[in-house]
Structures are given as structure tokens and as C-alpha cells.
Write a protein that binds this ligand. Structure first.
Ligand SMILES: NC(=O)CC[C@H](N)C(=O)O
Length: 234
């Protein structure tokens, strides 16, 4: 399987993501923001970082890059599976490929910590993750407060777009477990073949790093692509 890792000036989790994918037996290659075609790939990840220095708003400038146009075309034409991690989530919302936006953290601080998440929606792209499953992964962001306008939240839950929530270490939903002020404690959303989350699975690949739930998460995504998408080359 071939997975493109899309990079921008200011990306800083690209090589960690390549390493994580390589560890899982996937051929990962970086694709530069100036590229207007993606080549022969089965899926793409937009990794974390500070694309274009987070100027204007995180992800706002990257969303206009040629590579994102190419990504949009591949999503529309062939439901290319795309995963956004942290800044990748910000870019995907700014590009209109996912609902909502990411705002500055409510407390105004950059938050770097382990965080517990709960799966609220099942997806064919993540066959190994069931509703209620709990995962521990690090977060590291200053603009992670997920926002969606009043009246649209119910739709997110009804349509299955609401995907992951911040919970406490017992797996319970409560306001204290919300690290940034996201509506409904949302940590990740999905739409069609596009999914994104603020936490960093590529930083949770080994127990000696504090968690290997990121390995489980990424393995599940790759398995979903193999099973459901059925690209000839996978
Ligand atoms: N690690 C990341 O991708 C987070 C950086 C992000 N641009 C922020 O909100 O701070």
C-alpha cells in the first residue's frame, strides 16, 4: 500500500508519520505542497505542524495550496481515504472537506499532554474501532477548540460525522476532560472517506512512549482501506 504524507512549510510531524507508516509495513512518501497531482497512491495523511507558521488561522493558508486541490479532486473522483492529524485536521476544515472549524484553545494556552478519547461512531475506514472504545494519545496544539455553529451539532451526531470525544481516564464524558473548549468534547470528525483528529497517533506507537494506541488506530485505518476500498494495488 502506498500512502502520501502531504507536507507544507512548517509541517513538523511528517517524518514521524512516515516512520509510523513504515513501521506498519506501508510504503510512505512525502508529497510537497506545490504538487498539483498525487501520483499513484492508495491514501493520504496530512500530518501535524504549523503550516505557513499558523498565520491568519491554523490551516487557512495551506488549504489553498495546489496539493489540497489535487486531494479534493481525488476525494471527489475516487473517495481517496484521507486522514488529518492536528494541523491536518485544521487544514481539512479550512478546505471545506470536513465540517466545523478549529479555534484557539479556550484558555489561550498551548496544551501538550496525554489525552483519553472515546469512539462515538463506527466507520468502515476503522474496522478495529468500536463505539465506546477508549484510546490514549498525546495532544499538542494551541488551536484545537472544535466549533460548529449552533443548531448543527445534532446533525453531526445524527450523520455520524461526530467521531471521537475527549473523555476522562475512566472513559467518562465530562467538561473537565475537555482540554481546549471543543463543543461536545469533540476531538475528531469524519465525512465520507475523510477523517481527522487533533491527537497524534504517530506519537503513540510504542508503550515506552506512554501508549501504543496510536499503532492500533493507524493499523485499523490501514486495515479499513485494505478491506473496504479495495484498490487494485493495495
Ligand atoms: N501539532 C500540531 O499539529 C498543532 C499545531 C497547530 N497548528 C496548533 O494549533 O498549535
Amino acid at each position: 500500500m502506498r500512502v502520501a504524507v502531504v507536507t507544507f512549510p512548517g509541517s513538523n510531524c511528517d517524518m514521524d508519520t512516515v516512520k509510523a507508516l513504515t513501521t506498519l509495513g506501508v510504503e510512505a512518501r512525502t508529497v510537497d505542497h506545490r504538487q498539483d497531482h498525487l501520483g499513484d497512491i492508495d491514501a493520504a495523511i496530512i500530518p501535524g505542524g504549523f503550516s505557513y507558521g499558523d498565520y491568519l488561522r491554523s490551516g487557512a493558508l495551506a488549504a489553498k495550496a495546489p496539493v489540497i486541490l489535487a486531494l479534493k479532486q481525488a476525494i471527489e473522483a475516487s473517495q481517496l481515504p484521507v486522514l488529518g492529524i492536528c494541523n491536518g485536521f485544521q487544514i481539512l476544515t479550512e478546505a471545506g472537506l470536513l465540517p466545523g472549524v478549529l479555534r484557539p484553545n479556550r484558555h489561550g494556552e498551548f496544551r501538550c499532554d496525554f489525552q483519553t478519547l472515546r469512539v462515538v461512531t463506527e466507520s468502515p475506514y476503522f474496522p478495529g474501532l468500536a463505539v465506546g472504545d477508549v484510546l490514549k494519545m498525546p495532544i499538542a496544539h494551541g488551536e484545537g477548540a472544535y466549533y460548529t455553529p449552533p443548531g448543527t451539532l445534532e446533525d453531526l451526531f445524527r450523520s455520524g460525522a461526530a467521531w471521537l470525544q475527549y473523555v476522562d481516564t475512566d472513559g467518562q464524558l465530562n467538561a473537565l476532560a475537555n482540554p481546549n473548549g471543543s463543543v461536545a468534547n469533540l476531538a475528531g470528525v469524519m465525512k465520507g472517506s475523510v477523517a481527522a483528529l487533533m491527537p497524534h497517533p504517530e506519537r503513540a506507537m510504542h508503550q515506552y512512549l506512554g501508549s501504543q494506541d496510536g499503532r492500533r488506530f493507524l493499523s485499523s485505518w490501514l486495515e479499513g482501506i485494505r478491506q473496504e476500498v479495495g484498490h487494485a494495488s493495495v
